[in-house]
Design a binder for this molecule. Sequence first.
Ligand code: GLU
Length: 273
Amino acid sequence: MGPVTRFAPAPTGWLHLGHVVNALHIWSVARERDGRVILRIEDHDRTRCREEYVDGILEDLDWLGFVPDSVAPRQSSAERTARYESALARLQNEGLVYACDCSRRDIAMDVPDRFGEETRYPGRCRPRSLALDSTPARRVQMDTGAESFVDERLGEQQQSPAEQCGDLLVRDRARNWTYQFAVVVDDLDQGVDLVIRGEDLLSSTGRQIRLAKLLGRAAPPRFHHHALIRNPDGSKLSKSAGDTAIRELRGAGEPAENVLSRARLLGRDVSRF
Ligand code: GLU
């Protein structure tokens, strides 16, 4: 039995060529290694996700011929919500969780606390012991120390969550579970042992490994971060440079095979095909 991996789009927009490049990686690795692909709709952020995007993503994947081996429950489902609550309770029982009422502005005002592109949470609420019942946002303590892992493409990596992001937000002020938390609990419960995704998420990996360990996961998944398709100047691919919504191409009468060829061509430099 090969690896269990997943394709995990967030329904905050239509399926784009960048997603198709990612899906080609995932399905090709799974097929080569006799593995399985789980389709997981990551709709943890109820404020940004839309039902029409969910339907559109599913239709486009079907049209392109990406058939998953199984479909995970939606992150917004009652079943997953209950599970996130219980995972949070576990961390809480270990004294690792605290309530936080910081706004983005409070955090941004702490100018020196930056790590590269990221703003590190300065820990303002850690000593405050805010009442849990009146403050919905939760953070998990990230103690010092590094997480090491070997990325299948990029090799040996070391990341220190306490320096990069500080105490990790797991539920926000609107009671949305955060991406970092939902993805770790889902990967654990769904037996995902190989994560294949774009290198824009590389910096999240150390904190996800840390969270997985805190939740009792013995062996974290393996990781493969592929390059992103980019504009010639290195910036993120824009619509004008070819990151078109698949439904537009489909609507314009382009055959699925052409769209797949286009994605293969765009993805030819991103390590696999
Ligand atoms: N849902 C995330 C996204 O659409 C991907 C999650 C992951 O691969 O870890 O960017």
